[in-house]
Structures are given as structure tokens and as C-alpha cells.
Ligand binder design. Structure first.
Ligand code: GDP
Ligand code: MG
Length: 302
């Protein structure tokens, strides 16, 4: 009997979600899983680590890997981020390469130098996902699909909207078709391998991204110093780490207003995630030029 074509055989595999910054990779991961695992902001370079999300079907398990955006890095932190993204091409069963279709259309000409540059050494099936189709017309979309199909032998090209949940079922169907036969490696009730502590840090970082401007988001790291559960209440102490003294005032704000808003928004999301009341204590600290320090990047887990 040919196992590959036995519909009842359990299948499992790892799928990398890659693409330029801001293409919607983290939005797609959350959409595929039906819950928020990876933080999303309108700013590029939000995702700094490899984020894993597990999707279970009756006879399959897909492990998605969300990655930092592929770009030309100019800083130590960004180099680490791009390395994480490039490493994700290894040991996966397929790659989803995401593009921001709206951005390409606005540039008027298809910038095809992109996927093929990064995919040169990829040996597994790769799907091109033209994301954000809610923002473009069919007339704009169709020629682009034809153009990209010419530059790289994609296994398939799919127009989707991660934000509007359009075209997502088809992605899962197509992936299941090419998944190797294999067991479910992860427990079915745990959607990610990230610790609650890590996710708490990410939620706080997302709120800093959303509520501050200019260089602040890129100068921010979050360290969860303490995470304690007692009588249905979780008490968390976390530090927002900045690069310069001058940034402290911006994040704290007049009458500590900004820091309060960050704290309230983060606490609400954390409570939703853990399902209990949360007491969140935020401190703002300065660690001069931390993003240039390989020792501190190591401490952060890079
Ligand atoms: N209109 C629209 N916006 C999207 C879509 N997918 C993602 N976005 C937005 O694009 C921005 C970047 O998304 P994010 O998931 O953080 O991108 P990443 O850097 O590739 O992980 C956010 O503001 C998202 O809300 C989509 O399908 N349509
Ligand atoms: Mg992201």
C-alpha cells in the first residue's frame, strides 16, 4: 500500500513563514492558529525571535515558524534577526514566502528581486503568498501573480488577506497535501513552545511599539524579572530597557501617563492570555546602546 496516499495516515511537519518586514507574517500566524501568539504592529521589525505556532487537525499537525523580516541588516540586533529568519529555511518541510501586495502595487512596478534572492538555496516546496489583497484590485493583482510565477518555481501562488481571514483555508489544505507522514510531535493543547514569561515580555514590547514613536520601539527590550502566581492572581515585575537616558522621559511621559497607558494595555492582553487577574509592575531602565552589545543580546536569548 502506498502510505503517502493514505488519507488516514497522520502527517506532520514544520513550515517557515518568511518575507520582508511588515508583510504580515505574524498576522498570518495568528490567523492560522485563531489566536494571538505573535505580536503585530504597523511598524517594521516587530518580530525579533523565532515564534512557533502549532495547528492541529484530525490527522495532521503543522508547526508554523514565524520569523523576523528579511532585510539588509545594518546593526548587530538586526543581523541576529535576519540570521534567525535565514536559519528557519533549514529543516522545514515547506516555506511560505509572504509579500505585501499593496506595497508592490504602490511602487507601480513588480519588484521581483526579492523572493528568488532568498530562496536560491531552498530545496523544499515554497508557496508565494500575496498578502493584503483587501487593499488591491483584481486588475492590479493578476499581472503580479503571473510575473512572480516566472521568477521562481513556486509550488503555488496564493492571494490572501491575513487580516481579513481570506484564502487561509486553502493554505492549510495545500500544506497538508505535501506534509510528510509523521507523528504529532507537540501536545495538542499547547499552541506554542514559548513560555508565558516570554509572551508577557512580547506583549509589553508590542504596547511600547504601538504607543511610542520615532526610534523608541527599536531601542526597547523587555525583561520579565519576576512572574509569580498566588491565589488566582499573577504578579509580574518587568523592566522596559532603553538605550539612552533621553528616551526615559518619552516612555514614562508627563505624570507617568505614557507608562500607565502601556501598563494598562499590556495587562489587559496578559489577563486574556493567562485567564486570571494580573498585577503588572513596570520599571523603565537604561542600558546604554544595548542593541550593540552582544553580551546583552545573549542575555535576551539571541
Ligand atoms: N490591510 C491589511 N493589513 C494587513 C494584512 N496583514 C497584515 N496587515 C497589517 O500589516 C502590518 C504588519 O503586520 P505584521 O503581522 O506585524 O507583519 P510582519 O512584520 O510581517 O510580522 C500590521 O499593521 C498588520 O495589521 C492584510 O491582509 N491586510
Ligand atoms: Mg512579525
Amino acid at each position: 500500500m502506498d502510505n503517502i496516499h493514505d488519507a488516514h495516515e497522520a502527517r506532520s511537519g514544520m513550515i517557515a513563514i518568511v518575507g520582508p518586514p511588515n508583510a504580515g507574517k505574524s498576522t498570518l500566524l495568528n490567523c492560522l492558529l485563531g489566536q494571538k501568539i505573535s505580536i503585530v504592529t504597523p511598524k517594521p521589525q516587530t518580530t525579533r525571535n523565532r515564534i512557533l505556532g502549532v495547528l492541529n487537525g484530525s490527522n495532521y499537525q503543522i508547526v508554523f515558524i514565524d520569523t523576523p523580516g528579511l532585510h539588509t541588516p545594518d546593526q548587530p540586533l538586526n543581523r541576529e534577526m535576519v540570521k534567525i529568519a535565514m536559519d528557519s529555511f533549514r529543516d522545514v518541510d515547506a516555506v511560505l514566502f509572504l509579500l505585501d501586495t499593496k506595497k508592490i502595487v504602490s511602487r507601480k512596478k513588480a519588484e521581483t528581486a526579492g523572493p528568488e534572492k532568498y530562496l536560491a538555496k531552498v530545496a523544499v516546496p515554497t508557496f508565494l503568498l500575496m498578502n493584503k489583497i483587501d487593499l488591491v484590485s483584481k486588475e492590479e493583482l493578476l499581472p503580479l501573480i503571473a510575473e512572480y510565477a516566472k521568477v521562481y518555481p513556486f509550488h503555488g501562488v496564493m492571494p490572501i488577506s491575513a487580516k481579513k481571514n481570506e484564502g487561509i483555508d486553502v493554505i492549510v489544505e495545500e500544506i497538508v497535501k505535501i506534509l510528510p507522514v509523521g507523528p504529532k510531535y507537540f501536545p495538542e493543547d499547547i499552541p506554542t513552545d514559548a513560555t508565558e514569561r516570554f509572551l508577557v515580555g512580547e506583549i509589553i514590547r508590542e504596547k511600547v511599539f504601538l504607543l511610542t514613536g520615532q526610534e523608541i520601539p527599536y531601542s526597547t527590550a523587555v525583561v520579565v524579572d519576576n512572574f509569580n502566581e498566588l491565589h488566582n492572581m499573577i504578579t509580574i515585575h518587568a523592566s522596559i530597557i532603553l538605550e539612552r537616558n533621553s528616551q526615559k522621559g518619552i516612555v514614562i511621559g508627563k505624570g507617568a501617563h505614557k507608562l500607565k497607558s502601556i501598563g494598562i494595555a499590556a495587562r489587559k492582553d496578559i489577563e486574556r492570555m493567562v485567564g486570571t487577574k494580573v498585577n503588572l509592575n513596570l520599571l523603565v531602565k537604561v542600558k546604554k546602546n544595548w542593541s550593540q552589545s552582544s553580551a546583552f543580546l545573549k542575555e535576551l536569548g539571541f
